[in-house]
Design a protein around this ligand. Structure first.
Ligand code: R5P
Length: 294
């Protein structure tokens, strides 16, 4: 009998199988603690390590910009296709169904409208409220080279300290002022500052020359903003080029919700980001899905 128990025990303990100790694959994140990694896994799809973030936070300084006048009508139908939603707590509480279970990246800075100097921001969310909202990350705008550069960087470092206390990652959003040159040199500077000061990942703009030097010199993942609306094929090309050059995804707003067919566009973007589909194939898919949408 004792012999039988021993056999059973050794079977249950699987002593012939080494205990798994898998590293966390997301760039620069292996030393983070479990809660942080779990939240980042709600942003970066574990199967690909990449993300399609749907950015709809523009109203925090722009008001009801085109495509976001009625978030309930235009954005809620897109949610099933987003790995993550980036929004303000006002829109989250008022309009986003709490049955949305993917990651929420909460806009956590604000203070100036489009009518004033945009770099004059403060932290605009209490960490307790972020926890109450069960967010996956906090997003803060960083204005490197702008009038209130130091204040915005200080907002980032304070949020990183708060986030670290509770296991909430911080997304550093590099804001490029009108007077700044959008080139790789500037993006390297701004993204690296965010990473050095503790951002878990960084959002920046794609630049057509030297973008791979931006991603390679940043020790944490980079996602690209979409920027102003482009023709769909160009937006898909930009997403594709960014992924090819080391971006871990997109945080795209206007090029999705201002597209001729937003539901079709977000599905095409997904294929580019997660499957590395070519821009041409993704555009063909967009057109086919758009015919059904309209
Ligand atoms: C801009 O203020 C917000 O941070 C947006 O989330 C960001 O610019 C991405 O949106 P878009 O793709 O429209 O540029």
């Amino acid at each position: 009998m004792a012999e039988k128990d021993n056999n059973q025990e050794s079977h249950n303990y699987h002593i012939d199988i080494p205990v798994k100790n898998e590293p966390f694959a997301l760039r620069g994140s292996n030393s983070l603690e479990w809660g942080m990694k779990n939240r980042l896994s709600k942003i970066f799809h574990p199967a690909t390590g990449r993300t399609v973030m749907l950015a709809i936070d523009h109203g925090y300084f722009l008001g009801p910009t085109a495509g976001l006048e009625r978030v309930d009508v235009t954005i809620v139908p897109l949610l099933p296709y987003a790995d993550t939603l980036m929004c303000t707590r006002g829109i989250l509480r008022s309009t986003i169904p709490p049955t949305f279970t993917q990651g929420v990246v909460l806009r956590a800075s604000g203070g100036s409208s489009i009518l004033k100097e945009l770099s004059q921001e403060e932290i605009a969310v209490d960490i307790e409220d972020a926890i109450r909202l069960n967010v996956a990350a906090l997003a803060v705008q960083v204005f490197v080279g702008a009038e209130f550069e130091a204040r915005s960087i200080h907002n980032l470092t304070r949020l990183v300290d708060m986030g670290n206390r509770y296991g909430i990652p911080v997304l550093g959003v590099t804001a490029v002022g009108k007077e700044m040159v959008r080139d790789a040199k500037y993006m390297r500077l701004a993204t690296r500052i965010c990473a050095e000061l503790g951002a878990s990942y960084v959002k920046t703009y794609f630049v057509s020359e030297g973008f791979e030097t931006v991603t390679s010199s940043c020790p944490v993942p980079i996602v690209i903003a979409g920027g102003k609306r482009l023709p769909e094929l160009e937006a898909l090309q930009m997403a594709h080029d960014a992924i090819q050059q080391g971006a871990a995804g997109v945080d795209m707003g206007r090029n999705i919700f201002q597209s001729g067919a937003p539901e079709a566009m977000i599905q095409a973007v997904r294929r580019v980001v997660h499957e590395r589909m070519s821009p041409r194939e993704a555009f063909d898919l967009y057109q086919a899905l758009a015919r059904q949408e309209t």
